[in-house]
Design a binder for this molecule. Structure first.
Ligand code: VG1
Ligand code: CO
Length: 543
């Protein structure tokens, strides 16, 4: 094998503290761009020689080319073996599963998750460590440091590997194994869930519509739902992964999954609706005439997990990101479990899961998962709900409303202001931060501020501290207003406003979430000057 050393210049583009790169495809198509990042990863990882790396992506535009480049670079950097999903495909949770199952050193996942794809869309790459989860900050910082001192990268001169056929090949000194992207993941799901009960559920006429949004979950959902569980053909819609996701935006929210929402609120709605995102780690769940807010989903799953074989032994604890509603905290309290509050992003759950401090984790942004892998897992959440429905024999709407009656209801909504001018959004946040101290004890129409801070987290396992994770304003009655800037967008700035209010009394609970939150929306606007400073009349997405 001939190895070419290509001279390059230090690489700018990656934000420090982020687990990978997410950029426009056109940025990734620039000469040396992907190569620079990959070489920075290889340089930063000690002990990679002769080790196994798992490689796969969500099938978006540029996936196949990027994988060929990465394989040639991995071979040139002394990697022992690459395990690649057939046709270069692996969902994020399946990649996590395979890294763990095969004891790999780590993995490279090619995806920009819920961001749009296609030649004008986004591409991304991130490195996951040997526990199957996103690299923690110590590793991402090391990769970032390497990007700043790169002078060359190494690549093998070799023909492309045939990724469409399963089997083993050799790329110089590196073995390449092309595997079925679904098999290991499906086997893990069969261990966790009562597949027999789920087969009986579908055989009994239960109707599910699973919208794979032309992204990676299609093959997984077809194999498991329509294959192993016998759901009727057509249960999975938009099941063919397409490089541009069929021109759609693979983000399962009320705007981009509108067809699914319309169907679930129609007269002929099936029993359950669900969707996943570009790389298969997110999920939404709907019942007939009801959308289950992801924060509620975590709480309901926690309260019912004992009904599911993989969790029958009970939970070690629950973890949620700070902006996620406190519905799960109430369940944890009732079960005598601790509920950990982490910054946004799945990487913060890894230590808690590894240390056995949590079994279930969730984020308000349609992410739910457990200790079975180290990523959030869209299809897992759907199977969890199916198993709970099968065990309880109740419709989803009744399960959710019953949960609110028993535990109280945490009204919750996220308002996104997308595509803002970066400087204006940053100024808004900075001005708000500067005023936090003066807010303590302040009163807004009868609501008094109990705590106003910029969230900081100390990891209970390794002691690392992450600061500046979002402004939170907590009121004496349990309501919260949270503001933070998105770290995943590729155009302008996205400001996220999170609103939460608790209503313990079932007699006072209304169906209209936005109406229940109206006073908080007004306070948030007042505090942050949202309308005036963004020049927007309202948010671009309400979820
Ligand atoms: C968003 C979500 C966050 C999630 C992250 C990655 O981040 O809010 O909860 O962990 O996306 O999800 P941000 O910084 O834009 O708010 V995914 O599906 O891209 O892996
Ligand atoms: Co995702």
């Amino acid at each position: 094998m001939t190895i070419r050393t290509v001279e390059t210049t230090p690489f700018e583009g990656q934000k420090p503290g982020t687990s990978g790169l997410r950029k426009k495809v056109t940025v990734f198509q620039q000469p040396h761009y992907l190569e620079n990042f990959a070489q920075a990863v290889f340089n930063a990882l000690e002990g990679l020689a002769d080790a196994t790396l798992v490689i796969g992506g969500d099938g978006r535009f540029h996936n196949a080319e990027a994988i060929q480049t990465i394989l040639k670079m991995a071979a040139a950097n002394g990697v022992g073996k690459a395990v690649v999903g057939q046709s270069g495909l692996l969902s994020t949770p399946a990649a996590s599963c395979i890294i763990r199952k095969r004891g790999a050193f780590g993995g490279l996942i090619l995806s920009a998750s819920h961001n749009p794809g296609g030649p004008k869309g986004d591409f991304g790459i991130k490195y996951n460590i040997g526990n199957g989860g996103p690299a923690p900050e110590a590793v991402t910082d090391a990769i970032y440091a390497e990007t700043g001192r790169l002078t060359s990268y190494r690549i093998a001169e070799a023909p492309d590997i045939d990724l469409d056929s399963m089997g083993e090949a050799q790329l110089g000194g590196m073995a390449v194994e092309v595997i079925d992207p679904v098999a290991d993941y499906q086997a893990l799901m069969a261990e966790l869930f009562d597949f027999e009960a789920l087969r009986a559920l579908f055989a009994g006429g239960f109707r599910l519509r699973f919208d794979a949004m032309h992204a990676i979950t299609g093959p997984y959902a077809r194999a498991i739902l329509e294959g192993a569980l016998g759901a009727p053909e057509g249960t999975v819609v938009n099941g063919e992964p397409l490089p541009d996701f069929g021109g759609q935006h693979p983000d399962p929210n009320p705007v981009h999954a509108k067809a699914l929402f319309d169907e679930m609120f129609s007269a002929n709605a099936p029993d359950m609706g669900a969707a996943s995102d570009g790389d298969g780690d997110r999920n939404i769940v709907l019942g007939r005439g009801i959308y289950v807010a992801p924060s509620d989903s975590l709480a309901v799953i926690a309260a019912n997990a004992h009904l599911v074989p993989g969790y029958a032994g009970g939970l070690a604890g629950i973890a949620r990101s700070m902006p996620t509603s406190r519905a799960a905290d109430r369940v944890a309290e009732g079960l005598g479990l601790s509920c950990h509050e982490t910054p946004t992003g799945w990487k913060f759950f890894g230590n808690l899961l590894d240390a056995g401090k949590a079994t279930l984790c969730g984020e308000e942004s349609a992410g739910t998962g457990s200790n079975h892998v180290r990523e959030k897992d869209g299809l897992w959440a759907v199977l969890m709900w199916l198993n709970i429905v099968a065990a309880r024999g109740e419709p989803i709407a009744d399960i959710v409303r019953g949960h609110w009656q028993e535990h109280g209801r945490n009204y919750y909504s996220r308002h996104d202001y997308e595509g803002l001018e970066v400087a204006a959004a940053e100024a808004l946040m900075n001005d708000l931060r500067a005023r936090l101290d003066s807010l303590a004890g302040a009163n807004f129409g009868g609501l008094s501020v109990a705590l106003a801070d910029d969230f900081a987290y100390e990891d209970p396992v390794d002691g690392s501290v992450s600061k500046g994770q979002g402004v939170r304003i907590c009121f004496a009655d349990g309501s919260r207003i949270i503001l933070r800037m998105s770290g995943t967008g590729t155009e302008g700035a996205t400001l996220r406003l999170y609103l939460e209010r608790f209503e313990p009394d079932p007699a006072k609970q209304t169906q209209d979430t936005q109406a229940a939150l109206t006073p908080l929306i007004a306070i948030a606007d007042d505090l942050a000057g949202l309308k005036q400073r963004t020049g927007r009349q309202g948010p671009s997405v309400v979820s």
